[in-house]
Design a protein around this ligand. Structure first.
Ligand code: ZN
Length: 248
């Protein structure tokens, strides 16, 4: 397929096999993944590494924004074959290791009349993301922690989509990898623009809305979300618009 990784911010490539984004962060000669796509996106990673003249041996860590199958993707494979640590917020660690998550807010069936809903399901099913592949060992971070990995991202805990949902700030580059804390495309309805994830996919939608408050003080111009296009007009503006867009 013709999908190429695109550099969307200084030293950050966006990879997507459809529906979900994940990012390859370069710092010096070292690489860090932010999220791990869908399980079937492993080859997309290998092709991208080859294009950049790199290999799995340059990968230092996998950072996960939350424990959902379309973000944890091939993380276990990266851990076991490249021997890299997989990091996640401590509130999502047990689910990442295979525990059953709690119930979501809404019913996915309320999206049944949407073409986008089927397109998303099909794309994720084809790439094996209907069920989370447990990660046997994870390292955990907490809010405000600076991770000692290349790029030194700082964790911004913003629960609601999942209890451990987090964004990762690259302060020197003014880039926020926003995961599913704030997205710019709704994978169930196709709506574009800054917004939280649809209620049917959230553990706690009111909490996800409240968590947008944390973004107002984040010194980031570019937001790189788990779903949708990059946002270039600042974290505070994105948070304002996401609040105004209201849940779907
Ligand atoms: Zn998610």
């Amino acid at each position: 397929m013709g999908v190429l990784a695109v550099e969307v911010a200084q030293g950050v490539h966006r990879l997507t096999g459809g529906v979900c984004n994940f990012y390859l962060l370069q710092d010096g000669g070292k690489l860090v993944l932010v999220d791990a796509g869908a399980p079937g996106d492993w080859n997309l990673l290998l092709r991208t590494l080859a294009t950049l003249g790199r290999g799995l041996e340059d990968l230092e860590a996998v950072l996960l924004t939350h424990a959902h199958a379309d973000h944890t993707g091939f993380a276990e494979r990266a851990r076991s074959t490249a021997g890299v640590p997989v990091w996640i917020h401590r509130a999502d660690a047990e689910v990442a290791k295979g525990a059953t998550p709690g119930n979501n807010d809404g019913k996915a069936s309320s999206y049944l009349l949407r073409v986008e809903f089927y397109r998303t399901l099909l794309s994720l099913a084809r790439r094996g993301a209907t069920k989370l592949i447990p990660i046997r060992e994870v390292s955990t971070f907490a809010h405000g922690e600076t991770l000692q990995v290349p790029g030194r991202p700082r964790a911004v805990h913003a629960p609601g989509h999942t209890p451990g949902s987090a964004a990762l700030l690259l302060e020197g580059r003014r880039v926020l990898l926003s995961g599913d804390v704030l997205v710019t495309r709704n994978p169930l309805t196709g709506r574009v623009g800054p917004q939280i994830m649809p209620s049917g996919l959230n553990r706690d939608t009111p909490q996800a809305l409240r968590s947008l408050d944390v973004l107002y003080g984040i010194p980031a111009q570019v937001l790189l979300p788990g779903h949708g296009e990059p946002w270039t007009q600042g974290a505070a503006q994105a948070a304002r618009l996401a609040r105004a867009a209201s849940p779907s």
